[in-house]
Design a protein around this ligand. Structure first.
Ligand code: EPU
Length: 338
């Protein structure tokens, strides 16, 4: 049975590094811990917040309920004819898993190197970076149903993946806790170096035929150069999603802003670069009190020291309003605001 602690600081459990307290807090090290914890009906009735690395949340208040920290560990793999199935416990650090696969020469995760957070959050957020989205390598995940105490496996089609979305953030929010995830990787490397920044960095390094390890190192270098390191400057990566709009709305905006950065999505939608929109409104590198946007990537909000979650939230509201006033596009937060 895991210990339930009272009035626990969450400062070390969120990469923004803002202060907040959990009324109750439990660390989970195994699936059995979950079964034991929720066998108690008093626990089932508490408001619940599941956390992994705390890399995609902003605490604007204390949590008057139970925070469950998924910290179970373990990575295994099994080989099939052409692919490798890698299974990792929810509490594994995402980049440790990427390193495991890269070191074994399994292809598929290298473009997702150095994304902060844990394995359990990867399908919830449907993470993606540098030309690869998680759903291309996702096989299935195992999850604990809080109400029944039963485990269930979700296949890819059952997860309802779309850009930074899944069924776990929508219909099933608060009902299941992901305990492990299985990914289908390739034995023979299919390198994806289509992303401009990857091509530039490979050229800088004089690499013509990159290995999986080269891609992992190049992606890591790009991330380090663009994004602030949460261990020194609190942040949660991209604070907003890149907005997806209709082609007709896009044409209207483009007529006033011909340089607008955009990417087609399917045949009838356009994705805009939120970082560009925010930069155009003059916010890039701006410091306001203890918070601000990152100097190399306006989409990332940072804690310059003692920012409160509320301060960061209010700052993000100003950005949303300013982008809306100029482009008539309403940015949505990607981070979970608590
Ligand atoms: N841009 C600007 N100014 C900025 C930032 C970006 O003009 O301050 C423009 C640039 O023109 C650039 C374009 O926006 O070409 C796209 O920028 P970038 O390549 O940095 O990617 P992004 O769209 O801003 C997304 C993900 C990141 C992921 C990168 C790389 C989202 C919300 N964010 O950012 O994911 O690392 O692509 O693939 O989809 C995260 O989710 O936390 C995250 C960091």
């Amino acid at each position: 049975m895991p210990l339930i602690c009272e009035n626990v600081s969450l400062k070390k459990h969120n990469t923004f590094g803002v202060a907040a307290e959990a009324r109750w807090f439990a660390e989970i090290q195994s699936e059995q811990d979950l079964v034991d914890l929720f066998a108690d009906s008093k626990v089932q009735d508490l408001p619940l917040l599941i956390i992994g690395g705390g890399s995609n949340m902003l605490f604007t208040q204390d949590v008057d309920g139970l925070v469950v920290w998924m910290n179970n560990k373990g990575i295994t793999h099994c080989e099939e004819a052409e692919s490798i199935l890698v299974t990792a416990a929810a509490g594994e650090v995402w980049n440790d898993l990427v390193n495991y696969t890269v070191n074994h020469g399994f292809a598929g995760m290298e473009n997702l190197s150095l994304i902060p957070g844990t394995v359990g959050a990867s399908p919830v957020q449907n993470i993606g970076a540098y030309g690869v989205e998680l759903d291309t390598i996702f096989e299935s995940c195992k999850a604990f149903e809080i109400k029944t105490g039963q485990f269930r496996t979700f296949t890819k089609s059952e997860c309802g993946f779309s850009y930074r979305e899944s069924i776990f953030k929508q219909e099933l929010k608060g009902r299941y806790i992901i305990t492990e995830v299985t990914y289908r990787l390739k034995k023979s490397a299919e390198i994806n170096s289509s992303y401009g920044a990857i091509q530039d960095e490979l050229a800088n390094r004089g690499i013509e035929h990159p290995s999986i390890k080269d891609i992992s190192e190049v992606v890591s270098a790009i991330r380090v150069s663009k994004l602030p390191d949460p261990s020194t400057i609190g942040n949660a990566g991209s604070f907003f999603k890149n907005p997806i709009i209709s082609i007709s709305q896009f044409r209207q905006i483009q007529s006033s802003f011909p340089d607008i950065v955009h990417y087609p999505v399917g045949t009838d939608k356009i994705k805009l670069a939120a970082g560009w929109l925010i930069e155009q409104c003059g916010w890039k590198g701006k410091i306001q009190g203890n918070t601000g946007t990152w100097k190399n990537q306006a989409l990332v909000l940072v804690n310059h020291g003692n920012a409160s979650g509320k301060e960061v939230f209010d700052f993000s509201e100003q950005i949303i309003q300013s982008v809306y006033a100029r482009f008539k596009v309403r940015l949505e937060r990607e981070v979970n605001v608590i």
